[in-house]
Design a protein around this ligand. Sequence first.
Ligand code: UGA
Length: 437
Amino acid sequence: MKVTVVGTGYVGLVTAVGLAKLGNEVIGVDKDTSKIDMLEKGKLPIYEPGLNELFLSVVEEDKLDFYTDIGAAVRNSDIIFICVGTPSLDDGTADLSQVEEVARTVSENLDGYKLIVEKSTVPVNTARWIKRTIELYNKGKRVDFDVASNPEFLREGKAVYDFFHPDRIVIGVDSERAENILLELYAPVNAKILVTDIPTAELIKHASNSFLAMKISFINMISDLCDKTGADVKMVADGMGLDSRIGRAFLDAGLGYGGSCFPKDTRALFRIGEEYHLDFELLKVVDRINLKRIEKFIDKLKDALWVLKDKVVAVWGLSFKPDTDDIREAPSIKIIKELLKEDAYLRLYDPKAMENMKRLFPPDERVEYVDDMYSAVDGAHALLVVAEWGEFKDADLSRVASLMRTPVVVDGRNIFEPGEMAKYGIFYYGMGRGKSV
Ligand code: UGA
């Protein structure tokens, strides 16, 4: 099938490459010419494990092309996936202006039946607006089209795996034609397919992300109680997770959720509830608990070092989670700001996200970026573990302890065991795990 994917961000690129690998002829389109330039030169603008190899292979097979002209891409395809951003406005509402712009362009370029598919996370009933916009700007020309919802469930860092091995594929449609097209498109993927009406599919996405965010805030709330009482939140989560009704996933306590999805989606769903005069206060509390994580984390550092002024603080992990270079809503950003306010010296290290972070915090007298995790801790008064990259878990702890000026580790992701850290004489602070020394 001939497919256009509008938006070449983390979701759009994986979708475009994935659909091309399934044998479709795909056009990736973006109005950001610098991104398209890079892609045309065979370079990815993002880091996502496994994506580069796949990208090069579909380009080689001539299955993936790139345009900056959305209109031309629309005219050259039968299915149009909308994968543009839906960021938060100041009040938490989703900003749908990019989706609306795509709908207008699609409308102006409809030259035969097209299926327009929302993949971006959008508020329930957005498809109705897309349909309305297409009709409005099409000036009454009777061109046939359908709008469908096919939310993405791609975790950054595991997006390629998730594309080919999803837990489920959700298809929201209001015509048999649209349903058949999407069923055919996904036929090569071995997954449970759930076909629903459009609003239901839209809501499945928002509800799923908000529910996962709620699980994280719940365990973080419990983690604070563990800090006060000496219970171990990891064991609490394990014990809860053994109950198949609960499950262990997304019960890792720590610095809370970041990224471009959970913070934005919980706020957007809260605003939707409010719009319908429903009590969605639960989601407000989920967000509030999450926002407080940074304060609690910095308090632990102060508890360890007393005064932060002029202390050298190493930070391991700048991305919002491991295996990505994405720093959107990363806890590291707030942590860096707080530490700079306290006049600390920062030694920052991340396997992939340092270039992105340098744009926010250019290197200077107080902010230093280093090439490996050991250089970060050399002479440092404290080490903060902020994202749980695999290499940190395998760190040589005796080397870390001997390199540090004062061996304090504040582990925002609970990657180390308090007992183990004690063996190296490290003053260890986990989240909800008590102190080991
Ligand atoms: C999330 C969803 O998991 C995807 O299904 C969805 O498609 C995507 O949002 C989206 O809407 O585009 P993502 O944000 O990439 O994916 O990453 P997650 O693995 O879900 O992690 C989100 C945040 O929660 C991270 O900051 C992570 O560190 C944090 N987290 C996760 C915890 O603090 N504890 C946990 O137990 C799990």
